[in-house]
Design a binder for this molecule. Structure first.
Ligand code: ZN
Ligand code: ZN
Length: 146
């Protein structure tokens, strides 16, 4: 059988089953070797797209979102060279009694965010002593003010 890609004549057992639609011969039009190379190439090209898809799928998941925001804070702290310790929003939520520390009203777990009393961008550390529970909206409104 002739491989459509490398144009070499190879025995039938060098060809797998076709992906998706069937072919005239019932075998893949690429030999296994070429098919593997093709898959590798495709993965390299679309690897990032998969990451983006994952982000799209999980961006509204509160748990994953909180995890991402904690990871972002750690990264910011590392860049700003300020002290940092792992902050987890679940513990913070319990510590602050589920009350937004900016507007003093209850906050649901979905709307909860980690607010840095002194923003990391202004040299505030990413430590338990410098974080408080806040609504996402209150946190966003506060921006970089102390
Ligand atoms: Zn081939
Ligand atoms: Zn609030």
């Amino acid at each position: 059988m002739l491989c459509k890609k490398c144009q070499r004549d190879k025995p039938q057992d060098q060809f797998g089953r076709p992906l998706g639609r069937t072919t005239r011969t019932g075998y893949d039009i690429y030999c296994k070797e070429c098919r593997a190379a093709y898959a590798r190439e495709k993965r390299a090209k679309t690897g990032n797209a998969y990451g983006k898809q994952y982000y799209q799928r999980t961006k509204n998941d509160p748990k994953k979102r909180a995890h991402r925001s904690a990871a972002r804070a750690r990264r910011r702290a590392a860049l700003a060279a300020v002290p940092s310790e792992p902050i987890d929003i679940e513990t913070l939520y319990v510590r602050d009694g589920g009350i937004c520390q900016l507007c003093n009203t209850p906050v649901s777990r979905q709307d909860a965010s980690i607010d840095h009393k002194v923003p990391i961008s202004l040299g505030g550390p990413n430590l338990w002593s410098n974080v408080q529970l806040a609504h996402l909206t209150c946190n966003a409104r506060k921006g970089n003010r102390v």
